[in-house]
Design a protein around this ligand. Structure first.
Ligand SMILES: NC(=O)c1ccc[n+]([C@@H]2O[C@H](COP(=O)([O-])OP(=O)(O)OC[C@H]3O[C@@H](n4cnc5c(N)ncnc54)[C@H](OP(=O)(O)O)[C@@H]3O)[C@@H](O)[C@H]2O)c1
Length: 484
């Protein structure tokens, strides 16, 4: 992998005792360090709990990162843990530590603040960063926010105003880790660097688009957050709408961050609000292997939060006229996978009439469990005259590029440190996404959309199948050989 070395920054991670910092953020920084992309970078880890640096390293389970003890030992020297209660806004120690490290590393005042925190702490944290004098002096000051950015348009707008008092849009990085996934990044290349696909990418050739982000886990220990959020806010507002935007956008003028984001936001603004009959929401109930949603920790026993959503929408422009986008996402489904299926129209001349309906061509982009791009087509079965079989041309990403594809967060940190905003969402995208989601939430409330129970470890409510069936379609189920 070709990664340029980056000039040193002091990285301050707020929420450093959280699940995300432990599983993704610090390990990603280590991988960048071990590849020599970053070296003299201080990483100041801020949590609320009191603990020593040693206890923090134990919490991280840092010994598991690498067998190379020497390298690990060197990396650890760059880490420092400090407890700060963001509600109390006392930060003398933090300010002092940052100053000392900044001088030592020759970071020239360049700083990155990464807020791996619930959104309601964003405002307080920015105030603290400002009051501690961390924005003073020379050098760049970039700030990254984990998703969700607010809980609806109103709260997002308040946040946006608060942040705008101290940071310019070009220094703000709103994280949606789906954008750091290699195959999601690849959508732009697939579409615009291959005449085969770009010529087909419109209403003349495409019958429908299907997006599935299925998780087999429940809500684990995130009940407090999830029960207020639900699948629509947790998955649709960010990951799913970003995927629709990448699949649906017009060719950008260039690969510059703003040219891509200009095109994505047009799609988000042109999305048709979901209609009552085109929306299915569900909540999982127990099966022999798993408890039901309402029995999860920190979930209201009478909760009406959706853990599954499926819907149909359209992009209102000439490229996508009449092409439905079907979406489904849920927790505790029978398997974990994420894929986008571009289902092509049937243009066969009729000589294979009998078999026709079974075999629509599909371009399938899979990000999970294994990354692949596959093309489903019709092949004649040997020794028959007209019997067709579905065949899959598979591009297995790992087989082509090796097993060391960067983790999404590694890519995102790399881009963040380089100051490239292309993989982060701009304010107008966030605004358009919340508008779409708020409309959906309002409709659920006003039109009293029924919350359907579905068995844990199943494919979700049957009604999500009816959503397509009544249009004469089915969710595509592609059987791959290599990228299973
Ligand atoms: N976990 C994931 O895989 C994931 C994926 C995508 C996005 N996200 C987003 O990333 C953010 C963090 O997620 P998480 O799973 O890491 O959450 P988490 O495990 O609940 O951790 C939250 C962090 O916030 C800190 N915190 C809470 N209140 C604080 C206060 N008053 N003062 C100082 N620190 C405080 C906690 O410190 P203490 O532990 O010391 O109290 C902890 O470090 C959330 O916005 C989440 O939506 C997470």
């Amino acid at each position: 992998m070709n990664k340029e070395k980056i000039s040193p920054h002091t990285v301050v991670i707020f929420g450093a005792t959280g699940d995300l910092a432990k599983k993704k953020l610090i390990p990603s920084l280590y991988r960048l360090y071990s590849q020599g992309v970053i070296d003299e970078f201080p990483i100041i880890c801020v949590g609320r709990k009191r603990m020593s640096d040693e206890a923090y390293l134990k919490f991280l389970d840092i010994g598991k990162y690498d067998k190379d003890r020497k390298k690990l030992k060197k990396f650890v020297k760059h880490l420092r843990y400090i407890d700060v209660d963001l509600n109390k806004s006392m930060c003398f120690e933090l300010a002092e530590i940052v100053q000392v490290f900044d001088k030592k590393c020759g970071c020239a005042g360049n700083k990155i603040f990464y807020l791996a925190l619930p959104y309601f702490l964003f405002g307080k944290t920015i105030g603290l960063i400002k009051n501690c004098g961390l924005l003073n002096g020379r050098g760049s000051k970039k700030i990254a926010f984990e998703k969700p950015f607010g809980s609806d348009l109103k709260s997002a707008e308040i946040l946006h105003k608060q942040i705008g008092r101290f940071f310019r849009e070009e220094d703000i990085y709103r994280v949606d880790h789906y954008l750091g996934k290699e195959l999601v990044e690849n959508i732009v290349a697939l579409r615009f660097a291959n005449s085969l696909f770009e010529h087909l990418w419109n209403t003349d050739s495409i019958d429908n688009v299907q997006i599935t982000l299925a998780e087999d886990i429940g809500i684990e220990n995130r009940g407090g957050y999830y029960d207020k959020s639900g699948a629509i806010r947790d998955m649709v507002q960010n990951h799913i709408l970003q995927l629709i935007a990448l699949v649906g956008m017009e060719p950008p003028k260039s690969l510059n961050a703003d040219d891509i984001r200009n095109e994505k936001v047009k799609v988000l603004k042109n999305l048709r609000s979901v209609r009552k009959k085109d929306l299915v929401i569900g909540q999982y109930v127990k099966d022999p292997d798993s408890i039901g949603y309402r029995n999860e920790k920190n979930v209201d026993k009478k909760s009406i939060t959706e853990s599954f959503v499926a819907f149909k929408t359209y992009i209102n422009n000439s490229r996508w006229r009449g092409v439905p986008f079907y979406v489904r996402t849920g927790k505790r489904m029978n398997k974990k996978y994420s894929e986008i299926n571009i289902v092509l129209k049937d243009v066969t001349c009729g000589i294979f009439q009998r078999e026709r309906a079974k075999h629509a061509n599909v371009i399938s982009i899979r990000t999970n469990p294994k990354e692949s791009v596959d093309f489903l087509f019709n092949a004649k079965i040997p020794f028959t005259r007209n019997e067709l079989k579905e065949a899959v041309m598979e591009f297995c990403h790992k087989c082509e590029f090796g097993p060391n594809t960067p983790e999404a967060y590694e890519t995102l940190f790399h881009q963040l440190l380089q100051g490239n905003q292309g993989l982060f969402t701009r304010w107008d995208e966030v605004k358009a996404s919340w508008r779409f989601v708020d409309n959906m939430k309002r409709m659920i409330k006003n039109k009293r959309i029924k919350l359907l129970p579905y068995r844990a470890n199943s494919e979700g409510p049957n009604e999500s199948f009816s959503l397509l069936r009544r249009d004469g379609r089915n969710w595509k189920n592609i059987k791959r050989r290599f990228a299973l």
